[in-house]
Design a protein around this ligand. Structure first.
Ligand code: AMP
Length: 531
């Protein structure tokens, strides 16, 4: 027998903590508190408090694999929970504070969360659902008074973390964290990340051709820590020793830009909605910025990428899902792509990108894998060490192929350079007279019109064509554009039958808890549209 002589060391949260204690101990973490003050600490101090949290949880009766929920904004104590709950062998379950209280209660009950760690400013939200799921212990971050009966302040709780309490031995495939899907179709479903999947995801996303994070960076995670682990960025940043700026509850453009400037942020990450607001603010009041901005969760319109380039901000598009940890695709220009004319380069950057290392992604239709022609569409399927193979609590779902790929429900094409372009969610495709129309492609072009702030296109029942596209448009403040103008702007890019038959101008488009267009609501609103 000839065997590997390498050590068999499990990939666990301990490795990330080791970095916080050693190489990155003096690296700062800056949090903006609810009173807008900045709180500064270091990874070294966070590592010490993390261990106390883990021991305190064990002292309070938390056992391996138990779920501890968090209901918090982005700040250093949330980071302590990201590290400390898994260090106790337990599972961090980040509750999405933008959901309806009943839905939060459903998710907490479904995951059988035992404890809750909650921001004091979110106690009113907690009150709205506390009757629907019993948490054995409620731990409150912040100094607000009075506390709910039986609640205990976070700082007092940490005091229980006596160094004599032994931490459990963790295996790399043990569960570390849990997130629920947004549940646009049916009830939300739980996805459980392991220590191993988290370490591998962190390592790969840090690579230069992925999100390119290093010790030279200062990261501003605008993406909430309650949404798909803030794309794993809190873990990745500790691993590489990047400084972190956590914005707390204030996500308006001026507040974010102030933070970016004052803290010399080099990378920021968030959904397109955030960047649309930032673009408007920078149009009105230019600032001197130089940063990369990772955008994902919904498509980044090409015009946004172009506009930001002018403003010194390089926008990098990434694609992923709760089920995929989330990073699956990243749109960085390959050496071959950099030789293309500038317009072609922008087109590529507006695509969702190429697969991250270690994940396999294919686009398939009923005939098999689609040709790499940048046109033929199929469903994106994905397989890899941080892609889920099922949901929690025995949810049976038909979303996996016989050879282990997860069927994403996203419709896309692939070009000769390997770039994948999402054209729609299967559920959002519009079927007009037997032909499919991809709504996202239409939206991106409408959003390229200088007067348009944002646009969502939906299929609305039609007596002759079964469905026709209707565009719901928000104009920029003070800007004007007629339906005819928008149609003219779109005409060179589409076949005639693909163009929306109607444009409605509104003040705002309804959004999901993660800031994406809520098309189910729009379809409901316009279902009786008379053509
Ligand atoms: P969630 O699990 O809530 O994060 O939602 C995942 C879905 O968001 C994906 O299946 C896509 O439909 C959409 N999505 C994520 N990133 C992008 C992107 N860069 N462009 C377009 N859609 C995206």
């Amino acid at each position: 027998m000839f065997e590997s002589t390498m050590m068999d060391i499990p990939l666990t949260i301990e490795m990330i903590l080791d970095r916080a204690r050693s190489t990155a101990a003096d690296v700062e973490v800056v949090s903006r508190l609810p009173d807008r003050q900045l709180h500064k600490t270091t990874y070294g101090a966070i590592a010490e408090r993390t261990e106390r949290l883990a021991r305190a949880l064990i002292d309070a009766g938390i056992k391996p694999r138990d779920r501890v929920a968090t209901l918090m904004w982005n700040h250093s104590q949330h980071l302590e929970c990201y590290l400390g709950i898994p260090l106790a062998g337990a599972v961090i379950h980040t509750l999405n504070l933008r959901l309806h209280p009943d839905e939060i209660a459903y998710i907490a009950a479904d995951a059988q969360d035992r404890f809750l760690i909650v921001d004091d400013v979110l106690l009113p939200l907690f009150e709205a659902f506390r009757g629907k799921h019993h948490f054995e212990k409620v731990i409150v971050v912040g100094t607000a008074k009075p506390l709910p009966p039986d609640a205990i302040p976070y700082e007092d709780f940490l005091e229980r973390g006596n160094p004599q309490i032994t931490l459990p031995k963790i295996q790399e495939n043990d569960p570390l964290g849990c997130c629920y899907t947004s549940g646009t179709t049916g009830r939300p479903k739980g996805v459980v990340y392991s220590h191993r999947s988290t370490i591998l995801h962190s390592l790969v996303t840090a690579l230069p051709d992925c999100l390119d994070l290093s010790q030279d960076d200062c990261l501003l995670a605008v993406v909430p820590m309650f949404h798909v682990n803030a794309w794993g960025l809190p873990y990745t940043s500790v691993l590489v020793g990047a400084r972190q700026v956590l914005p707390g509850p204030f996500l308006d453009a001026p507040s974010l830009l102030d933070l970016m400037e004052a803290e010399k942020v080099t990378v920021a990450a968030g959904v397109p909605t955030i960047w649309l607001g930032i673009r408007e603010e920078l149009d009105a009041r230019p600032r001197n910025l130089n940063a990369r901005m990772v955008v994902g969760g919904a498509a980044a319109p090409e015009q946004l990428i172009r506009d930001f380039d002018r403003m010194g901000l390089q926008l990098i598009q990434a694609w992923g899902m709760t089920e995929t940890s989330p990073v699956g695709l990243v749109s960085r220009l390959s050496p071959a792509a950099r030789n293309l004319p500038l317009d072609e380069q922008y087109k590529l950057r507006a695509k969702q990108g190429r697969p991250a290392p270690l994940v396999q992604i294919r686009v398939c239709n009923e005939k098999g894998e689609v040709p790499a022609d940048g046109k033929t569409s199929g469903e994106v399927q994905i397989r890899g060490p941080w892609i889920t193979r099922g949901y929690t609590s025995g949810v049976v779902d038909q979303r996996w192929t016989a050879d282990g790929y997860f069927k994403t429900g996203d419709v896309a094409n692939r070009d000769a350079l390997g770039y994948i372009q999402l054209t729609d969610r299967t559920a959002d495709l519009i079927k007009s007279g037997g032909e499919w129309i991809a709504s996202q492609t239409l939206e991106n072009v409408i959003m390229g019109h200088p007067a348009v702030r944002e646009a969502a296109v939906i299929g609305v029942p039609h007596p002759k064509w079964s469905e026709r596209p209707l565009a719901v448009v928000v104009l920029k403040p003070g800007a004007k554009a007629s339906s005819d103008e928008l149609k003219e702007h779109m005409a060179p890019h589409f076949a005639k039958f693909q163009l929306p038959d109607a444009f409605v101008f509104v003040d705002a488009i309804p959004r999901t808890s993660a800031g994406k267009f809520k098309k189910t609501e729009l379809r409901q609103e316009y279902r009786n549209w008379s053509w």
